[in-house]
Structures are given as structure tokens and as C-alpha cells.
Design a protein around this ligand. Structure first.
Ligand code: SF4
Length: 543
């Protein structure tokens, strides 16, 4: 899994390219053994800097266990001297609060925009005999650095882009390590786009990576030419929005490089693209439905045309795709039995579209897997004010789906564990006190027991709708999207009103979420918090 994660590899490349810095990789092994360097077998605690990329909330526990196993004190107050623990990755700019008691500092944003400066400053401090606390005091307001208790807050997320080239991903990430033991064996992972213009209201990636940017095909070709991998995994939140997707895939195919794609949007799955994918041997297609009914999809801001979706299903069946995955999110605050009635009818239409597309072909029967995930309201999205569905509600929704699908030929259902989703909900919206929950899980034998001991706090974090002016623990950072625009979107979600996607022209001609003004502010002046449209303004650029 570690070898198939892209974020830390971009950081590795950035730091390892510096002759002044030695970088070694540590992975958590099986069991709770102390992690050893994968490069030199040295012990973790010997290094003055531990830089940890944290992508998911449930990684908090293995991270803490790794420190305990390595004999490194797990809170910063118990660790007055080096090692300095620096946390980066999506968690650092989603909600760093639960790890604030553990981390000495966070890097908030894109590594290319200042991480190297921080590491070089640290290296100079270590070699000059400067203690950790004195170093943190001197580094607390460096770009992207959040030192809990010391930095001026909110800390701005830093971006590796020029405001003049708003839609361009100038520094796409790609793997520096591939191997047969990776989760995606021998695949060079290549970042195609970052951020997503469609602003689905449940999706943190659509908000915290703004503005949406695409890589340039020539840059990606140069990377592939140099690495010459047998396979390329294309990574991105909105692959089919990339105008150069098909030319790039054709180029890969012509040089006999295999490829794989993450999920596709139904409106991007054109006849031409699907024909090409099939000719290259791709047999599984994933489409996201997100809400059980049109009303829920509007609340989610999933701008999906049911007819376009059904056309994509029919096309996939006609062209010989033998496995269609359909993603669904359950547990919306406004969900009711009528939404599931609508889904049942829509599933019938999906099967009819499959039958039309397949015709008499029985050798290429298209299986359908309905994957249902529980909604976890995330920070920095309009859902940050929402209550989360109870475990009982989620279990009941899953039962309804089981009843609905069990008699359908060739349809399988996959569901997540509601307990796990609720746990993620606590960890993603909790404050600094949530570290206690992580500590309990590490010492008391896992999440289940810790969550039982923490039941009251869990209810307070998850089960109530937040007030308009309630301050959130994650607002120690600022991602650039104004609170006012998120509040407006929360109101529109309640009324099932759609909001347009980011325009191709970019932030300079938009201003819907306030990022345009935030990008112009270099951080020296006050944050333009009220720069978004007013709560009552229509989310319509035409005025
Ligand atoms: S200002 Fe407009 S284009 Fe820029 S990120 Fe916000 S919504 Fe998208």
C-alpha cells in the first residue's frame, strides 16, 4: 500500500534531490514491530526529522503505534528535543486538530511550495546545535507551517502554482518507486489533475484542492519517456475532464504501455473513449450515482442527467464491458423511504439499459456491482454543518439495499461498515481532544473499545447540526474557500438546489467560492473571509 501512494513519493523526490539532505523510507510492517528504514535498516528514532504523510483518518492509529513501537514519545510535550515530527498530506489541510497534541508541526499544502525551505532550515539548525523548541519558534510562520500553539492562525494552505496560470498543474506527482509488491504492481502512478471543478458537496477533494488544475500532456509524456514503465496508473479526481485524456491514452497504447484509470464520469464516457478503452482490453467501468434519488443528487450537487447515465450503461454493455461498478452514498440528512423507492425504479431502468445494450450476447454478460458508502460529513465542505446518520439508520439503509438487489440478476451489493464510517466521522471533525480517542485505541486494544469509552463525545461531534457561527477546530488553517460560500452551499443543499461547476476560465472570472480573492492575497493582509457571494445571492454567474 505504501508503495502505491503518490503523495509521499513526490515529497521523497523533492527532498532526495538535495545533496544536503539524506532521506530514508519507513513503512509500518506487519504486527506492531518497530519500523526500520527500508533503505539502511536504521532505527526511526535516530533521525532528527520524521516527515509523515497522513492521507486518511484511520491512519492515525498505525502512525501512533509506529511511534510507540519505535520508542518515540507520542506527544510533543513529552518530546522536548528532536526528533521533530512533521505531518503533511491531506489531513494537514483538512483537519490537523486531532494530531496537534502529537505533531511538532504540520506542513499545510503542496510540498513544492515551501517544504524544502523548512527542511533546509531545520538541517542548518540541527548542525548548529539549535534545540527543537528554538527552531520551531524561528520557523513557526514560514509559508505553510503550522506549529500548534505558536503559529499565527489561520495558517494559509500553500499552493505550487502561479495565480496567472490558474488551471495548470505545473508539478504533477509521479511515482519514484514501482515494484511487483506494490498494491498496483509495476505501475507508474501519474497525476493527471488535482482538484475537481464539479463541487459535489460531500467531497472534500473538490474543496480542499481548489483551484482545479490539469497537467500538461507534454510534461506527462516526458515523465513516461524517462521512466519507461510497463504500466501507467492515471490518478485524478476528474480524469474525463482532462481535454487531453484520449490523445494521451492513444499515445500510451501506441508505445505498448498498459494503463488503468480511476473512476469515470458518466457524461465523460463518450462512445469514442469507451471504444478505445475496450480495444485496449479494459473490461470494468465505474460510474458514480452518489444519491439514491434525483432530489438527493441535487442536494449533493451531483449534476447527473439520468438519461445520460442510462446511455452510458447501455453503451458499456453494447461494447462488451463485463463489469460495471456503480457508486452510491447513503445516510444523507434528508434521506427517506421515497428516495429508495426511486432508486429501486432506477435500478430497473439500469438493468433494462444493460439488456438493450447486450442484446443477445450472453458470453459478455455485464455484471453490476452497487457499492454503497456511508456519508461522512467532512471539514471544508458544505456538509461540515451536517449531522451524521446513526449506525442504526445506516444499517437500515443497507438492509433496504440488500432487499432491493437480492432478486436482481447479475447485481451484487457491496457496503461499508457503518461503525468504521462513524469512526471516520469523529476523527475527521474532532478537535485536539480527539487525540485521546486515538491514544485509547492504541492502549486499550483498538477502535471498538475506545469508541465505547468515548460515546458521549462521539455524539456531540456527530449527531447534531452545527450552528452558523459555531467555530470549527479545523479553522486553524485556511484552505482558501470562504466560510460564507460554504454556508451558502449548505443552505442550497437543504433546498436541493444545484450550483454550477468551476468555469474553464478559472478563478479570475468566477469568484463563487472566494478563492479568487484569496489567491490575490499574499497572506500579509487580513484574510478576505467575506469575499464570497452573500448567503442569499443566487449561485449563478449570469447574475
Ligand atoms: S473561484 Fe470559482 S473557479 Fe475558482 S475554485 Fe472557486 S468556484 Fe472554482
Amino acid at each position: 500500500m505504501g508503495l502505491s501512494a503518490l503523495g509521499w513519493q513526490a515529497v521523497y523526490r523533492l527532498l532526495a534531490g538535495q545533496p544536503e539532505i539524506a532521506v530514508e523510507r519507513f513503512f509500518l510492517g506487519k504486527g506492531f514491530d518497530a519500523p526500520e528504514s527500508a533503505d539502511s535498516q536504521r532505527e526511526l528514532r535516530l533521525f532528527p526529522l520524521m516527515a509523515v504523510s497522513v492521507s486518511f483518518e484511520e491512519d492515525f492509529l498505525p502512525f501512533l503505534r509506529a511511534l510507540i513501537a519505535a520508542g518515540v514519545p507520542s506527544t510533543r510535550t513529552e518530546r522536548p528535543d528532536y526528533p521533530l515530527i512533521l505531518v503533511g498530506g491531506p489531513i494537514a489541510f483538512l483537519n490537523p486538530a486531532p494530531l496537534a497534541p502529537l505533531a511538532d508541526a504540520f506542513f499545510v499544502g503542496e510540498a513544492e511550495a515551501g517544504l524544502l525551505d523548512f527542511c533546509l532550515a531545520l538541517k542548518r539548525a540541527v548542525f548548529a546545535g539549535v534545540g527543537k523548541q528554538a527552531f520551531l519558534e524561528s520557523a513557526k510562520d514560514m509559508p505553510g507551517i503550522y506549529v500548534p500553539g505558536l503559529s499565527k492562525i489561520p495558517v494559509r494552505r500553500v499552493l505550487a502554482m502561479s495565480p496567472d496560470h490558474c488551471g495548470l498543474l505545473a508539478t504533477p506527482a509521479w511515482s519514484c518507486f514501482t515494484g511487483p509488491q506494490a498494491a498496483f504492481p509495476d505501475a507508474l502512478l501519474l497525476e493527471i489533475n488535482r482538484g475537481c471543478p464539479h463541487a459535489c458537496r460531500f467531497c472534500a477533494a473538490g474543496f480542499v484542492y481548489r483551484p482545479p488544475r490539469h497537467a500538461c500532456m507534454e510534461d506527462l509524456q516526458a515523465i513516461v519517456e524517462e521512466a519507461r514503465p510497463p504500466k501507467v496508473g492515471l490518478v485524478g479526481t476528474a480524469l474525463t475532464d482532462w481535454p487531453e485524456l484520449l490523445p494521451f491514452l492513444r499515445w500510451l497504447h501506441a508505445r505498448k504501455t498498459k494503463f488503468s484509470l480511476s473512476s469515470l464520469r458518466a457524461d465523460g464516457l463518450t462512445e469514442e473513449l469507451l471504444c478505445f478503452l475496450r480495444a485496449c482490453g479494459i473490461r470494468t467501468v465505474t460510474l458514480a450515482l452518489e444519491g439514491a434519488s434525483e432530489r438527493l443528487r441535487h442536494a449533493a450537487n451531483k449534476k447527473l442527467d439520468a438519461e445520460v447515465f442510462l446511455e452510458a450503461v447501455e453503451r458499456a454493455a453494447r461494447l462488451g464491458v463485463n463489469h460495471l461498478r456503480v457508486y452510491l452514498i447513503i445516510g444523507w440528512p434528508w434521506e427517506g423511504p421515497q428516495d429508495y423507492d426511486e432508486l429501486q425504479a432506477f435500478l430497473g431502468r439500469i438493468l433494462a439499459a444493460r439488456d438493450r445494450g447486450q442484446g443477445r450476447k450472453t458470453s459478455e454478460f455485464m455484471r453490476i456491482t452497487l457499492g454503497a458508502s456511508s456519508l461522512v460529513p467532512k471539514p471544508w465542505t458544505p456538509m461540515q454543518w451536517a449531522p451524521m446518520a446513526s449506525e442504526e439508520t445506516l444499517v437500515a439503509a443497507q438492509k433496504r439495499l440488500k432487499d432491493m438487489t437480492k432478486a436482481l440478476r447479475g447485481v451484487a451489493l457491496q457496503v461499508d461498515a457503518p461503525f468504521q464510517a462513524r469512526l471516520q466521522g469523529v476523527l475527521t471533525r474532532g478537535g485536539e481532544e480527539t487525540f485521546e480517542l486515538v491514544r485509547m485505541a492504541a492502549t486499550e486494544g483498538g477502535w471498538k473499545k475506545a469508541m465505547r469509552l468515548w460515546a458521549d463525545q462521539t455524539r456531540d461531534i456527530l449527531d447534531r447540526e452545527r450552528g452558523q457561527d459555531e467555530a470549527f477546530p479545523w479553522e486553524v488553517i485556511h484552505t482558501g474557500v470562504s466560510r460564507q460560500s460554504l454556508w451558502r452551499e449548505w443552505g442550497r443543499a437543504k433546498r436541493s438546489l444545484p450550483t454550477p461547476s468551476c468555469p474553464r476560465a478559472g478563478c479570475a472570472e468566477c469568484g463563487l467560492c472566494g478563492l479568487d480573492k484569496w489567491l490575490q492575497n499574499d497572506g500579509s493582509g487580513p484574510e478576505p473571509e467575506n469575499s464570497g457571494p452573500s448567503a442569499e445571492a443566487p449561485a449563478d454567474r449570469s447574475g
